[in-house]
Design a protein around this ligand. Structure first.
Ligand code: GLA
Length: 425
């Protein structure tokens, strides 16, 4: 039943009305978001695969041929993405992170891929990825060197943007290590955005600008959104529950500043999905998937698609949770209630619907119940006068119809999340 929905289907006329409503909402959202980077990209959070968390900076292909950062790794991942439902589920970008480069630029000053690990070059790899109906992402850094010590783009922004465009690259992750000052960091992020636009190629621009700025100064998100399609705010994700927890806690703590800024064209990026690796239990994996949907987060998996459990695959390809993540209204969700070990989050969706997540933080004991009044949801409007409630995670289930004054009692496993969709009647 993986990937299948048990939601009731409505008739043709209703579907047409819903379609029109979605269109109107999407058009209104587009007008509201005129201040987003105007490259027409990332109207919903981008989805794909990024090598960093799982494969880090593996450069020794002799010792570790299947896990080193090489063209073979990306080609094998692209094969899986196309053949095993990932692309069709929406995971479109296959992204190279740090450590793809040769230690020096070529004689024309251009970045070049490590010739041993990428013997065919990035252009060929991009062609291969495109032939599978996917898009290619690449990585560079605003400073003198990347975080792992490879050549940075400082002083070469225009040339590097042109090089990436000439290779057929579709996304740039632009890191912020090794910049000499905050002014240079900001200038570099702006410059690269304009340089990418000037190439004439559509290239999604992924930034870490606010993350590197924050220790010293409060980021100006209005400006960042004018230059970047998504931006990291917080530390790198690790393959652990404590990492996922810290990202959620940070997001809740800063929601008053960051939630309102997200929308079509520009998204807060809480970093990669680590589902399918080693560190998260099933319930914690459900929590990451549900909460990344609530946060309207870019969905970049970092795992090994050649070795992934059917359960992890099912969760990552779950159509209903992906639809929430990709909702065309493009509003990020927020924490509504924190009550002892429980957190209640909601995200406004198109068609006056809401996604609601109930997260149980307790790390001792068994499943516990959380009871809340439906009047809390959507400023009192989500279930007014009545609504139908559908559970999306951990399993798809129809809860039926509720009236405004009802309460809902939800049983949640320790460190797990129950994700619901509340639809107006
Ligand atoms: C930084 C970034 C990570 C990754 C590494 C690569 O830590 O935040 O996502 O790109 O650099 O060196």
């Amino acid at each position: 039943r993986c990937g299948l929905s048990s939601f009731p289907r409505r008739g043709g006329a209703m579907a047409a009305v819903r379609w029109m409503l979605r269109w109107v909402v999407a058009a209104a959202a587009a007008v509201a978001a005129v201040l987003a980077l105007d490259n027409g990209l990332a109207r919903t959070p981008p989805m794909g695969w990024l090598h960093w968390e799982r494969f880090l900076c593996g450069t020794d292909c002799a010792a570790d041929p299947h896990r080193c950062v090489s063209e073979q790794l990306f080609m094998e991942m692209a094969d899986r993405m196309a053949a095993e439902g990932w692309r069709d589920a929406g995971y479109e970008f296959i992204c190279i992170d740090d450590c793809w480069m040769a230690p020096t630029r070529d004689k024309h000053g251009r970045l070049q891929a490590d010739p041993k690990r990428f013997p065919s070059g990035i252009r060929k790899l991009a062609d291969y990825v495109h032939s599978k109906g996917l898009k290619l992402g690449i990585y560079s850094d605003v400073g003198n060197k990347t975080c792992a010590g490879f050549p940075g783009s400082y002083n070469h922004y225009d040339l590097d943007a042109q090089t990436f465009a000439s290779w057929g690259v579709d996304l740039l992750k632009f890191d912020g290590c090794n910049s000499d000052s905050l002014d240079l960091l900001a200038e570099g992020y702006r410059h690269m955005s304009l340089a990418l636009n000037n190439t004439g190629r559509s290239i999604v621009y992924s930034c870490e600008w606010p993350f590197y700025l924050r220790p010293v100064q409060q980021p100006n998100y209005t400006e960042i959104k004018q230059y970047c399609n998504h931006w990291r705010n917080f530390y790198d994700v690790y393959d652990s529950w404590s990492s996922i927890k810290s990202i959620l806690d940070w997001t809740a703590l800063h929601q008053d500043t960051i939630v309102k800024i997200a929308g079509p064209g520009g998204w807060n990026d809480p970093d990669m999905l680590v589902i399918g690796n080693f560190g998260l239990s099933w319930d914690q994996s459900v929590t990451q998937m549900a909460m990344w949907a609530i946060m309207a987060a870019p969905l970049f998996m970092s795992n090994d698609l050649r070795h992934i459990s059917p359960e992890a695959k099912c969760l990552l390809q779950n159509k209903e949770v992906i639809a929430i993540n990709q909702d065309p209204l493009g509003k990020q969700g927020y924490q509504l209630i924190k009550d002892k070990n429980f957190q209640l989050w909601e995200r406004p969706l198109s068609g006056r619907a809401y996604a609601v997540a109930v997260l149980n933080h307790q790390e001792i004991g068994g499943p516990q119940n959380f009871t809340f009044s439906l009047t809390f949801l959507g400023n009192g409007l989500a279930c007014n006068p009545a609504c139908s409630i559908q559970q999306v995670l951990p399993v798809s289930r129809d809860w039926g119809v509720y009236s405004w004054l009802s309460s809902l009692s939800v049983e949640v496993n320790p460190t797990g999340t129950v994700l619901l969709k509340v639809l107006p009647l």
